[in-house]
Design a binder for this molecule. Sequence first.
Ligand code: 5GP
Ligand code: MN
Length: 341
Amino acid sequence: MQDQEIQKLKAELSSPKKIVIVPHKSPDGDAVGSITALYGYLKKGNHQVSMISPNDFPSFLSWLTYSEDILNYEQTRDESDKLIATADFIFILDHNAFHRAGDMEKPLSAANATFVMIDHHQQPDDFATYMYSDTSMSSTCEMMYHFLDKMKALDTIDPAMATSLYTGILTDTGSFKYRSTTSTTLRVAADLVDKGAESEAINRKIYDVNTPSRMKLLGVALNNLTVLPELRTAFITLTQEELDDNNFQKGDTEGFVNYALSLNDIVFAQIFIEKKDESIIKTSLRSKGDFDVNQMAREHWNGGGHKNAAGGRSELNMEETKAKLILILRDYEKALQGTQI
Ligand code: 5GP
Ligand code: MN
């Protein structure tokens, strides 16, 4: 966003407005962190603000301040449709295309509001009047900090907002491990600590949430690990039956794919998780170095994301999906073997 646009947006937000904030479907730490931080900021401007999530968010984030105010679209369709239809502004955070908001795609497409997008995914759609899109950013939460900086509003960051923003940066950078973690990311995180984010407590609340059934499910996932050393690939499958047998709760499989990627000399990892109620297999792709899984997810798995972390889906059954993967990998053999890590 240019300075001029920031000034214009700031002027428009100087009087109370009706505002809706929307994360992507199945929101993660970055999505919930960025919407709750923005909500905290806009509340201070006396706006009438609502957060509407396309579906429920994982329970490991429910301790975040304001997360209790997030409306679940699946349970509040009429109320939410009205809020969307009458909004002056709609902030689209941590995604850049209406279809990533699931069933909210239709009401969002029909809305008369001014759209503001803050996002770090590739290939944004062209619907936002105010667009802050930067694929080099670690997280939408880091962008939210820079956005508040541009709005000359860093002093509005209270401990709750700092905690939300720190949470999103922490989760989207794999605890400051991924290449997207720059010196600026670390400076932003440090400033958030100064503003009241408690690093140890946040880490504990986010990561020390294992349940015995999640541990057992991880055991099943690791048991199902297939390694293809000649393709520097490792993948994991989980069927609906395996999930059911281990009392699967939303968010339980978060991070499982990283075990596959952590294998020595593996540059590409994928997990396939059956979702019988939607008749799909949800998949997550992860890579190291320059091996691009965003392109692969777009081309073959009806999805997308970032170069090193993407997601998508398969409408085939598990056996057919595995066969499809093996077929796809043939085309990537050279790229996989040539990837420097
Ligand atoms: P995850 O594998 O953790 O669900 O997602 C990894 C990254 O890919 C995230 O940045 C997420 O927003 C993106 N992503 C996940 N699923 C999809 C999908 O179905 N479509 C698109 N376009 N992106 C996805
Ligand atoms: Mn993100």
